[in-house]
Write a protein that binds this ligand. Structure first.
Ligand code: DP6
Length: 372
């Protein structure tokens, strides 16, 4: 590996958005390969607002693999990044840059170490699928450096081995993670149902209630649910298969009424499975003790606010969904409804600061639409 002995650094930077599941993944049938017990469907968010930016560097002068998350070094011993690294290395190809005198043979990649620096532009581990964005980005960027030519489906199955939900962040728009049937997981991949332009009237508002790290990680929470919740088995085998078909139809036909009903029902059933777990898991108020009551009340209030509003209009205006944390993800049918929703949220949860824009990340022009 003559060239690899020189003093050079190969570097690439990528950005991947996070995704929010509207039909949830909860439970693995194989822990090591991260194979789920049911299909799931998600919407990938706009990368400008909730995404991970990852720079990967490879150099013969690096003595070991190292990673920094939001500027702080973290251990890579947990195995998940290592699984992705191993899978990408297996598929790496020869690389040559004549100008820089770099010539790396397929087998040389095994001997080269990587440095990874990743930043999230949103709270890490607060139920906003930060690992999904981070791992999808890592796999994609590393694949670029190591000259991997595999298609997005294959890349999604590698990202899946880092974190299940990460496989869906490989694509934009609406994405389905097919659970697959094979024991080796080769058919457990994500597919794009519709791209980001397909239903661009939808507006997503995320009410960040807590940016604290969740107390029960998704990984350990779903392990406990698989071991103890009878509702999980019923959900995976009986409820989700038909729900997934209906959700695919709703997305295809821009049918907001079905989309909203299915999204809310699936979020509620996922949290019912968490409650059905022993010991029970309470994600919607998983926050510091001081705020437990307030946050519990807030989660329930957001649900009841949306349910009452939808009921009084006779047809759903907004869908809600909560992942493994207390933050509410609200999906409005269009900008007009999103502006109304924002007004309602600010009425029930008046901010302390007069400068409303300081509370918002993303498209602040929605404040103007809401007359604020
Ligand atoms: C509630 O993908 O974080 O967000 O595969 O163990 O890394 P691991 O779990 P993770 O779980 C996400 C669970 C969820 C639902 C979803 O995104 O589908």
């Amino acid at each position: 590996m003559a060239a690899a002995e020189g003093q050079w650094v190969l570097m690439a930077t990528g950005r991947s958005p996070t995704n929010i599941a509207v039909i949830k993944y909860w439970g693995k049938r194989d822990e090591a390969l991260i194979l789920p017990v049911n299909d799931s469907i998600s919407v990938t968010l706009d990368p400008d607002h909730l995404s991970a930016t990852t720079t990967v560097a490879v150099s013969p002068s690096f003595p070991s693999d190292r990673m920094w998350l939001n500027g702080k070094e973290i251990s890579l011993s947990g195995g998940r990044f290592q699984s992705c690294l191993r899978e990408i290395r297996k598929r790496a190809r020869d690389f040559e840059d004549e100008k820089k005198g770099i010539n790396i043979k397929r087998e040389d990649w095994e001997k080269l170490h990587v440095h990874i620096a990743s930043y999230n532009n949103f709270p890490t581990a607060a139920g906003l699928a930060s690992s999904a964005a981070g791992l999808a980005c890592f796999v994609f960027t590393l694949g670029k450096i190591m000259n991997v030519k595999e298609d997005y489906g294959e890349l999604s199955s590698i990202a899946r081995q880092g974190s299940g939900s990460a496989c869906r962040s490989i694509y934009g728009g609406f994405v389905k993670w097919c659970m697959g049937k094979k024991d080796d997981g080769s058919d457990s991949i994500a597919v794009q149902l519709a791209d980001e332009t397909h239903w661009n009237d939808l507006v997503i508002i995320i009410a960040v209630v807590s940016s604290k790290q969740k107390e029960t990680s998704s990984t350990s929470g779903m392990r406990d649910s698989v071991e103890t919740s009878p509702l999980l088995q019923y959900r995976a085998q009986t409820v989700v298969p038909s729900r997934v078909l209906k959700m695919e139809e709703a997305i295809k036909n821009h049918d907001f009424e079905s989309f909203a009903k299915l999204t809310c029902a699936d979020s509620n059933q996922f949290h019912a499975v968490c409650l059905d777990t022993s010991p029970p898991i309470f994600y919607m108020n998983d926050t510091s003790h001081r705020y437990v009551l307030a946050v519990h009340w807030l989660g329930i209030l957001i649900i009841s606010l949306v349910e009452k509003w939808n009921h009084s209009e006779g047809t759903p205006q907004v869908a809600y969904t909560f992942d493994a944390g207390p933050n509410a993800v609200l999906i409005a049918q269009n900008r007009k409804t999103a502006a109304l929703l924002l007004r309602k949220l600010l009425y029930y949860f008046p901010p302390e600061d007069k400068d409303l824009s300081s509370y918002l990340v993303g498209d602040k022009s929605i404040l103007g639409d809401a007359g604020l």
